[in-house]
Ligand binder design. Sequence first.
Ligand SMILES: *[C@@H]1O[C@H](CO)[C@@H](O)[C@H](O)[C@H]1NC(C)=O
Ligand SMILES: *[C@@H]1O[C@H](CO)[C@@H](O)[C@H](O)[C@H]1NC(C)=O
Ligand SMILES: *[C@@H]1O[C@H](CO)[C@@H](O)[C@H](O)[C@H]1NC(C)=O
Ligand SMILES: *[C@@H]1O[C@H](CO)[C@@H](O)[C@H](O)[C@H]1NC(C)=O
Ligand SMILES: *[C@@H]1O[C@H](CO)[C@@H](O)[C@H](O)[C@H]1NC(C)=O
Length: 498
Amino acid sequence: MKPLFVMIIFVITAAESASIPHIPRFPGQSAGSRLRNHAAATHHASKYDTRYFHQRLDHFSFAEAPGFKQRYLVGPSAGLWTPPSPIFFYCGNEGDIEWFSDNTGFVWEIAPAFSALVIFAEHRYYGESMPFGSREEAYKDAKSLSYLTTEQAIADFATLIIDLKRNLSAEDSPVVLFGGSYGGMLAAWMRLKYPHIAIGALASSAPILQFEDIAPPESFYDIVSSDFKRESRNCFDVIKNSWDVLEAQGKYDDGLVKLSRKFRLCKELNNTQQLSDWLDSAYSYLAMVDYPYASNFLMPLPAYPIKEVCKKVDGFPDGADFLDRIFAGASIYYNYTGSVDCFDLEDDPHGMSGWDWQACSEMVMPLSRSKENSMFPAYEFNYSAFADECSQSYGVKPRPAWITTEFGGHDISKVLKKFGSNIIFSNGLLDPWSGGGVLQNISHSIVALVTELGAHHIDLRASTKDDPEWLVELREMEIKLIKGWIDDYFQERASYSL
Ligand SMILES: *[C@@H]1O[C@H](CO)[C@@H](O)[C@H](O)[C@H]1NC(C)=O
Ligand SMILES: *[C@@H]1O[C@H](CO)[C@@H](O)[C@H](O)[C@H]1NC(C)=O
Ligand SMILES: *[C@@H]1O[C@H](CO)[C@@H](O)[C@H](O)[C@H]1NC(C)=O
Ligand SMILES: *[C@@H]1O[C@H](CO)[C@@H](O)[C@H](O)[C@H]1NC(C)=O
Ligand SMILES: *[C@@H]1O[C@H](CO)[C@@H](O)[C@H](O)[C@H]1NC(C)=O
């Protein structure tokens, strides 16, 4: 019997790896639709004004085209600020800018000590900053979406800064860029591309090396998996083995009905892949937000949520059903407050997501799942399968080498050692995106700040009374470095005007 059993597992695994796992997203895209924290936005309402700036649709052509309104937040009200005090500029990522502003307390907290004006600029095609008049028109097809690129977004930021400084007679104010996750990539790239516009950048959890073959494609899922393994070996093993159990269940006559009932789904499953993707998302996001205190970033969650998930998974008697265990674990992520009646697997109620478009055009970050180290079904990134899916879904052929052509990435230490300055790359090693981050100091002013127990851009979050010592120290170091850039700037300015 035994060899046969092994064969079945093999066939199932082979079938599974033929289907492409969904593209992991950064937090912003998911949260933007699922969780609009308007209460928090009102709380900060007095802190900033909301303004709009008329942007070009295409910075790189002279063709006539209608522009669009880019939203930006500015605080404190500009009257309380005087140039040439600094400007702290947050490079908006893939989502509603108010949400990023609410979750980037660090910038708001440190600004007063620098007498800095804070700007949060929204990324085009997200939130309210829609070209073509509406989201529907902007997301209509590959043609309307073709202006959704990192280069255009960074050019928006550059244009906005220049115009704003002119309006505020603040040409001499130094600008410091901030960004987390994809926004951190934009901040770092913008510092390199537009050194005349910003004196430095804090790029937190920015996986600028997760392109082509620079970073190992397995790192993302290996890190998610090791985050679970460090809490409990059993938890890791249960999850690792649950995929085959799930797949096998789905093959029974009424398997999908039973699975839908067991997982309390609002709508009946059409295939097990939907459920696998839903679980995969939970584990991946849990690893990103494995913060040392209770938080409500993507979902309301307890402190150290992975530890709590594993407590649930491990808490069953020996021989308990794997699916009961993983359901209990996933419920920590999806139903921590206990207010969910049924689980809705439909990921993005607004249809096509901007991030998926970006991932299918230039932001091609190859991800695989190793057989040995990961708790996920093994999968080797298959570029042609990925490209096929992109052309089917979005009518676009990816350009996987464009980002490294435009911004670099290969041999980054060698290249940036003597070029560029004033960039902080901060990464927490619990964060699965840290595998694509800059983890080593490149020069005296392009530095990597690495924390073993940090998760996704935790340094950019507001301080809390539960912040561990390493986090307090990390933020102090960042403040010290930023202060150094600003002091240098003013010293040089003084010496020029002598
Ligand atoms: C600068 O002022 C002009 C004229 O009032 C205005 O149209 C423009 O939007 C302002 N720029 C920014 C960045 O707000
Ligand atoms: C299964 O397919 C039906 C019909 O297309 C759809 O209405 C339903 O939402 C799908 N179920 C899930 C869980 O996505
Ligand atoms: C969410 O949690 C509450 C409280 O434990 C429970 O009553 C409810 O059934 C859960 N919802 C789902 C979909 O499991
Ligand atoms: C990769 O995908 C292509 C296109 O879907 C397929 O023909 C090929 O067999 C796949 N390669 C591997 C190694 O799975
Ligand atoms: C990089 O240099 C800074 C000092 O500027 C130091 O605190 C930090 O630990 C170094 N990072 C790494 C990864 O060695």
